[in-house]
Design a protein around this ligand. Structure first.
Ligand SMILES: Cc1cc2nc3c(=O)[nH]c(=O)nc-3n(C[C@H](O)[C@H](O)[C@H](O)COP(=O)(O)OP(=O)(O)OC[C@H]3O[C@@H](n4cnc5c(N)ncnc54)[C@H](O)[C@@H]3O)c2cc1C
Length: 444
């Protein structure tokens, strides 16, 4: 029977950041990943036809991703993440009209946001004035350690309506932010996550709202380098190793192998973890947490149709377009775009061809230059289990790191981190689990 100091289940952002921190702290770790590659829900691959690196879905980072930035620094890849100097979001609507949220960082938070909103063209004075009430609410929330439980009992829409935010302000600014960060429509998502995003990204400092985009494919951003970092410090990573069950101090793999572990850290998402044989003490409301999907469409065009690094579409099904040619500094006469539909439940059953037609229609209306372009290649990726669905009541079900089973820790983006289920939440959970172990606090 094999044995290890710490066994980590799952090789995504949470598992790799946990393993890296423990390996750096001199602990012997074994990481078990069921897939033949690392990266979990954030990975990249090479498209066979074009030779281009494609992400499983475009990921946006933010300046407030402090734990993620520390992790990338630790494994030596922080220069592969480009953080824009300030916050600028360009939008195009279905009539091809442009607008931009441009927030001067030198004003400091949250004044930079106020200045950006004041300059938005698509909002009336009444819409802009309504933001004062949201601002007052955020100022009182930012003094609290945790979000009030009542925000988990109402939707983001109910919260914003209650604060007098006009529908136009919501649809042109707050909804795109909420949908992008929470991966659910604001009418479906609880208010907690939106309040957390606003607090961390816009109300702490202007640094928090800088947008970050990888200059390489996601796997090159962290997975490969994290692996080298862990292995060069004596850690072991086993791919294609599916865990079947966990009992006190033991992990059982699909093939029947049993690994004895001083401590076990699970970074499996709830929909995977609940399929394992687990000690009854680990049962909890977390088992009922569900996932929300994302659909991504990559287009290779014969010519450039946009210059911005990213563009939000208003009044369209496609919500964001990322200019991959610019982000990855690829050459050539054409342009590669990555399109994103978050909260994409209604599109999951659609055929790839009908999603292409949807993209063609939206881009044709919002981006006039697109009408002249020819699509040379396209690719649709559906991620049905992209993120935790943050519906009302879900925040209360997210488990803390230390569990009722001594030496078993919960980690992963979906666990209780005080953040929506994002990369930053995953890395925070992974590094927090490592810290608890290094400090000997992993027991109930
Ligand atoms: C298309 C898409 C777009 C996204 N966009 C953003 C974004 O813009 N910004 C952002 O911050 N976040 C974004 N996210 C969310 C982000 O990817 C996740 O929050 C993060 O990757 C979760 O990391 P994790 O380590 O917690 O979980 P995971 O990445 O899910 O890692 C868990 C690992 O466990 C493995 N596993 C499961 N079962 C077993 C088993 N039985 N045995 C062994 N291994 C097992 C899985 O294969 C997986 O590798 C996006 C997600 C998707 C899918």
């Amino acid at each position: 029977m094999a044995s290890s100091d710490v066994v980590i289940l799952g090789g995504g952002f949470a598992g790799l950041s946990c393993a890296a921190a423990l390996a750096a702290g001199g602990r012997r770790v074994v990481l078990l990943e069921k897939k033949p590659h690392l990266g979990g829900r954030a990975y990249s691959f090479t498209d066979q036809e074009t030779g281009d690196v494609v992400d499983n879905g475009q990921h946006l980072f933010m300046g407030c991703y402090g734990q993620t930035r520390a992790f990338l620094s630790e494994i030596g890849t922080s220069e592969r993440l480009n953080l824009a100097p300030g916050l600028r979001l360009d939008f195009a609507d279905a009539d091809g009209r442009r607008d931009a949220l441009s927030c001067p960082a030198w004003l400091g938070a949250p004044w930079h946001l106020a200045a950006g909103v004041l300059r938005l063209r698509g909002l009336s004075l009444r819409d802009k004035a309504a933001l004062v009430r949201l601002d007052a609410s955020m100022r009182s929330l930012r003094r609290l350690n945790a979000m009030p439980a009542e925000l988990d009992r109402m939707t983001a829409r109910q919260w914003l309506d209650g604060l007098g935010q006009t529908r136009r302000l919501q649809s042109r600014l707050l909804d795109p932010v909420a949908l992008g960060a929470l991966n659910e429509d604001p009418a479906v998502a609880a208010a907690t996550g939106l309040a957390q995003v606003l607090r961390h990204a816009f109300y702490r400092d202007a640094e928090g709202s800088r947008l970050g985009l990888a200059a390489v494919g996601l796997s090159d951003l962290y997975a490969g380098s994290a692996r080298s970092f862990i292995e060069s410090r004596g850690g072991e990573i086993r791919l294609s190793c599916k865990v079947r069950g966990v009992s006190r101090g033991r992990v059982v793999c699909e093939g029947g192998e049993v690994i004895e572990a001083g401590t076990i850290v699970s970074t499996l998402p709830p929909w995977s973890l609940r399929c394992l044989e687990l000690p009854p003490e680990l049962e909890g409301a977390w088992r009922t947490l569900e996932a929300a999907p994302i659909v991504s469409i990559s287009l290779w065009l014969d010519r450039p149709v946009m210059t911005e690094p990213l563009l939000g579409l208003l009044g369209a099904e496609i919500q964001w377009i990322f200019n991959k040619t610019r982000l990855l500094s690829s050459g050539g006469s054409g342009q590669c775009l990555a399109l994103v539909i978050s909260g994409a439940r209604r599109w999951l059953a659609s055929s790839p061809r009908s999603l292409l037609e949807l993209a063609r229609a939206d881009l044709g209306r919002c981006l006039p230059a697109f009408k002249k372009a020819t699509i040379r290649r396209w690719l649709v990726i559906k991620e049905p289990f992209a993120t935790l669905s943050p519906v009302p009541g879900s925040d209360a079900k997210r488990p803390a790191a230390v569990s009722a089973v001594s030496g078993f820790l919960f980690a992963g983006d979906w666990t209780q981190t005080g953040l929506p289920a994002t990369i930053e939440s995953a890395v925070l959970s992974g590094r927090r689990a490592a810290r608890l172990i290094l400090e000997g606090k992993q027991h109930a």
